[in-house]
Write a protein that binds this ligand. Structure first.
Ligand code: RB5
Length: 149
């Protein structure tokens, strides 16, 4: 599984914990930045990761900003992205099972590293259930197509 990760300056302290987890568990990943604590625009890095997942052959994306909100908003503007803004394990599992979420966004100012890793594990290991949920995702795709001109 290929994973794209990214953060802004407000997510820079949590990202090394994420990287260590991915390395230790043998995940292939690319870090799309930012790489320093200098103030930057979360939308730039959210877009890079979302593009990598939608068009670049990456299977999942993981984003970290201050709240996770800005990153999730921008990621969800990219065609084909279903980004879940998620701070608990139950929602992380459910968004894989029901929404087939391909990107997840966290806020470093909201959660600690232990909870983040539990959420990441759930996000990376839970399968989409398909069935009735596929029809609902098809409707989301329909809405996306309707408004993308
Ligand atoms: C940066 O201050 C902050 O606005 C950003 O990381 C994020 O929380 C935006 O949604």
């Amino acid at each position: 599984m290929k994973i794209a990760i990214g953060c802004d300056h407000a997510g820079i302290n949590l990202k090394p914990t994420l990287i260590k987890f991915l390395q230790e568990n043998g995940y292939e990943y690319t870090d799309f930045g930012t790489y320093t604590a200098d103030s930057c625009n979360y939308a730039e890095y959210g877009e890079k990761v979302a593009e990598a997942v939608a068009f670049g052959g990456y299977d999942r994306g993981i984003l970290i900003c201050g709240t996770g909100i800005g990153m999730s908003i921008v990621a969800n503007k990219v065609t084909g992205i279903r980004c879940a803004h998620c701070h608990d394990v139950f929602s992380a599992k459910a968004t894989r099972q029901h929404n087939n979420a391909n990107v997840i966004a966290f806020g470093e100012r909201v959660i600690g590293s232990g909870l983040m890793l539990d959420i990441v594990k759930a996000f990376l290991t839970t399968e989409f259930e398909g069935g009735r949920h596929q029809a609902r995702i098809d409707k989301i795709t329909e809405v996306e197509k309707k408004y993308s001109k």
